[in-house]
Design a protein around this ligand. Sequence first.
Ligand code: SAH
Ligand code: SF4
Length: 412
Amino acid sequence: MQIPGHIDPITTGTVPLRGGNRVDLVGLTREGIRGALEEAGLDAKAAKLRGKQIWHWIYHRGVTEFDAMTDIAKTMRPWLTERFIVGRPTVVTAQVSNDGTRKWLLAAADGQEYEMVFIPDADRGTLCVSSQVGCTLNCRFCHTGTMRLVRNLSAGEIVGQVLLARDALGEWPKGTMASAPDADDEDDDAGHYTADGRMLTNIVMMGMGEPLYNFDEVKGALKIVMDGDGLALSKRRITLSTSGVVPMMARAGEEIGVNLAVSLHAVNKEVRDEIVPLNRKYGIEELLAACAAYPGANNARRITFEYVMLKDKNDSDADARELVRLLKQYKLPAKVNLIPFNPWPGAPYECSSPERVRAFSNRIFEAGISAPIRTPRGRDIMAACGQLKSAATKPTRAELDRIAEEKQAALG
Ligand code: SAH
Ligand code: SF4
């Protein structure tokens, strides 16, 4: 299987079936679930009804056992259990940072491992979701980019991260639908279920992988996440980050419609070619033109430009001024997110000093563009931006260089 997208740098593995011969319903569209039920022998009318009920149980209630689906006939539940599962990724390890950030190392059915991170804040809780095992790209400051093994995650494996986070945070609505009270029965709150007061409020596609090299599965997963009868997260609370896969950006805006973040990180060709090698394929001008054309971007919904602060590499006042000039030249409704570089073993860069980061931020603010400095979260458990890496091996510098060369050659 090739990674979909304009370029296919590295061949990916196939996505295995989970649950033995049983079909995992997680990740299927509504029609997909209905179709699977029909294929298993239900008539069209029954498949439609049962499909609707099962969807609600999976995505609104977080139920994983057909036995718990109380509005489905008791006799039918074993029939479903024999044929289907409602899967979850396996949790290999779960860690909690001293700042409350949580990281999970997850395993797919074929043993491939990937990570997800939950970042709690006072006013929100953000789940950072992975789209691939590893990344075919090799941004020089990113730990994930040093991984050789890559496969796309399926829509089920992507949405599975959100379901698992809800499990772990214990925030599926309580109670049962069967005993939900009448609206006018004020005394009865016994079986009442509610979706309010959740911790998980936002999703960022900023975990392992380049989401726009796994477009169809990411799109499928986010459609499920946004579905009103289920997880029901608004597109305004979801952000997709890309390192600049220009040919897929318009489709992302039109077909998914979530907020866009772009990993810009440098303002001239020489530096961006070095630190984000995809720049050799899609240059800064092309990238910014694609941002200017991004459907749905306006002053109320700005594009976030991520900028990692690397000491003596991209952090001068002149860089800040050039960044402002570029954003204005392309008339971009922009905000800049300054990310202090998060170190990892063998990383070839250092983080800019706090004073330098502050000065850089001030130059941008002075020009009327918001440029907050992102507080590093979860560094002690290697959960911060760019620190994710699931393979346990520690390659040498020479091996890292070789991996980078291989990936670069594959880009063409
Ligand atoms: N592949 C996508 C999304 C995942 S990375 C992308 O590159 O946009 C999420 C953000 O963390 C990106 O902006 C990425 O460039 C940044 N990042 C990667 N390594 C980092 C590091 N070591 N320190 C700080 N930010 C890093
Ligand atoms: Fe891949 Fe993003 Fe890391 Fe670059 S920064 S190597 S695109 S995960």
